[in-house]
Design a protein around this ligand. Structure first.
Ligand SMILES: Cc1ncc(COP(=O)(O)O)c(C=O)c1O
Length: 451
């Protein structure tokens, strides 16, 4: 009988986690750059196959949703193997341009700009276009549209700004007589009609892209198809019928990444390409490029955290507390805030007897705990005298470090883990680089401004 969950499928072949922990020590975060590359190439490959098999007459592009994780080496890797980046703010745009310039890839990559656009962000978008970047801001509201018109006509900018429109699709429900929608994003059909009409008079903006974002979701085929159909029929087709410049259908993020690890990407890409193709035939419009913006899909399985069980405490006789030398609350905030599933596995002592235990972090927070909520415990190896147990959180690469403020001041001033990067070099050898030692008192002193 298998006692413990020991799924290490995201650990690249040849990597020995215990050896790394023995050499560097716990707590440690490990980023596998190869996983980012492999995920992106897998997605490109599956869509290219679907495009070829269906004789689809346009291309697939994938850009990295930087918001999932801002670690430089990770976004550099994702941008290098993908087709560009999706930015969400003024700072994100500035930093992303720095990364792409460092990689010397300015001429080959797209910048898709989503997020709330303050004036700085809008001005930087317009300036970037005039500095030669291939940038497509996605309009989220009418005020934003008006500002592009204004700024792109200033300073005698000579070429039109290429823009996209995010469409509002969310399901609606009625409450006390009014219609409530469950997200704020995108323009409504009325606003869309207004922009399409108004754009005819405004030659300094060129509409190229219709965008909808499928929220991070447990993939539901029917819902996915309905959203694609709605956004394509109600928005893309109208836009294309009015402007020949319209050529991209951006399906946003939310690329499936179920916990079960058994998702059939070939069927999914085929379904997507076929659905768009059928609507093109029905409405007699040319097939668009398909753009996908990936955060979780690109990054979740590129990082793991490893902790040592520092102490076992028997406050509760039934289920001992296994206290790790870090904080689970800080390591995986998405699990606590949004219920994102997380996999925690023991790394050693696997031949010891299983113990019904509960894991907890070192903070003073009662919520800094983890166990199977249905069972009330998780199975972990018994720890005998002089033995040390290590546990790993598998898949902390997307949104955890964006939400926990990596490099910041954390709960109870528990210091941040060491930070190790692993990648395969051009000769096929695994390389490692310790990017950061465990967070120091000096780091924290600086952050809390002790003068
Ligand atoms: C517009 C947009 N694109 C892409 C993403 C990335 O989504 P995911 O992490 O599900 O790939 C998000 C996430 O919030 C988003 O808002």
């Amino acid at each position: 009988m298998k006692n413990f969950d020991t799924d290490h499928s995201l650990v690249p072949p040849g990597v020995d986690l215990l050896d790394l922990v023995n050499r560097y020590g716990a707590p440690i975060k490990i980023t596998f750059l190869d996983n980012i590359k492999n995920q992106i190439l897998k997605l490109k490959n599956t869509f290219n196959k679907a495009i070829e098999n269906n004789n689809y007459k346009a291309s697939f592009y994938t850009v990295n949703a930087n918001k999932a994780n801002y670690e430089y080496v990770g976004i550099a890797q994702a941008i290098k193997y993908g087709d560009g980046a999706e930015c969400s703010s003024y700072y994100d745009l500035i930093i992303t341009k720095m990364v792409i310039e460092k990689l010397n890839l300015k001429n080959n990559k797209y910048l898709i700009c989503n997020g709330y656009k303050n004036k700085d962000y809008i001005k930087e978008i317009v300036k970037s276009k005039n500095d030669g970047w291939h940038i497509i801001p996605i309009i989220d509201c009418l005020e934003e549209y008006e500002l592009y018109k204004k700024y792109n006509s200033e300073k005698n900018y000579s070429t039109p700004l290429e823009v996209g429109i995010r469409v509002h699709l969310s399901s609606q429900y009625i409450e006390e007589g009014s219609v409530i929608t469950d997200d704020r994003f995108g323009v409504t059909e009325d606003e869309f009609e207004f922009i399409v009409k108004d754009l005819k008079e405004n030659t300094n903006l060129t509409l190229s892209t219709i965008h909808f974002h499928q929220r991070g979701f447990e993939y539901e085929k029917d819902k996915y198809l309905i959203n694609i159909q709605k956004s394509f029929t109600n928005f893309y087709v109208k836009a294309k019928q009015n402007f020949n410049s319209v050529k991209n259908f951006d399906i946003g993020g939310g690329t499936p990444l179920p916990e079960s690890n058994d998702f059939d990407y070939d069927s999914w890409s085929d379904l997507t390409v076929k659905a768009i193709q059928e609507m093109c035939i029905k409405h007699k419009v040319a097939e668009p490029n398909i753009i996908s913006e990936n955060g979780k899909y690109n990054r979740k399985n590129s990082q793991i955290n490893i902790y040592e069980v520092a102490k076992v405490k028997y406050t509760d006789k039934a289920y001992p507390w296994y206290i790790v030398d870090g904080s689970l609350l800080i390591a995986m905030p998405e699990y606590y805030a949004l219920g994102e599933p997380m996999k925690i596995v023991p790394l050693n002592l696997l031949s010891n007897n299983p113990v019904k235990a509960r894991l907890c972090g070192m903070t003073c927070d009662c919520d800094d705990v983890f166990y199977d909520k249905d069972k009330g415990y998780i199975l972990l190896p018994e720890i005998k005298e002089d033995e040390t147990l290590y546990i790993a959180i598998m898949g902390t690469g997307s949104y955890q470090d964006s939400m926990n403020g990596k490099g910041g001041v954390h709960h109870c001033l528990i210091p941040e883990e060491r930070d190790l990067i692993l990648w395969t070099d051009e000769f096929g050898d695994m390389q490692e680089y310790l990017q950061n030692e465990i967070q120091s008192i000096d780091d924290i002193v600086r952050l809390i401004h002790i003068k």
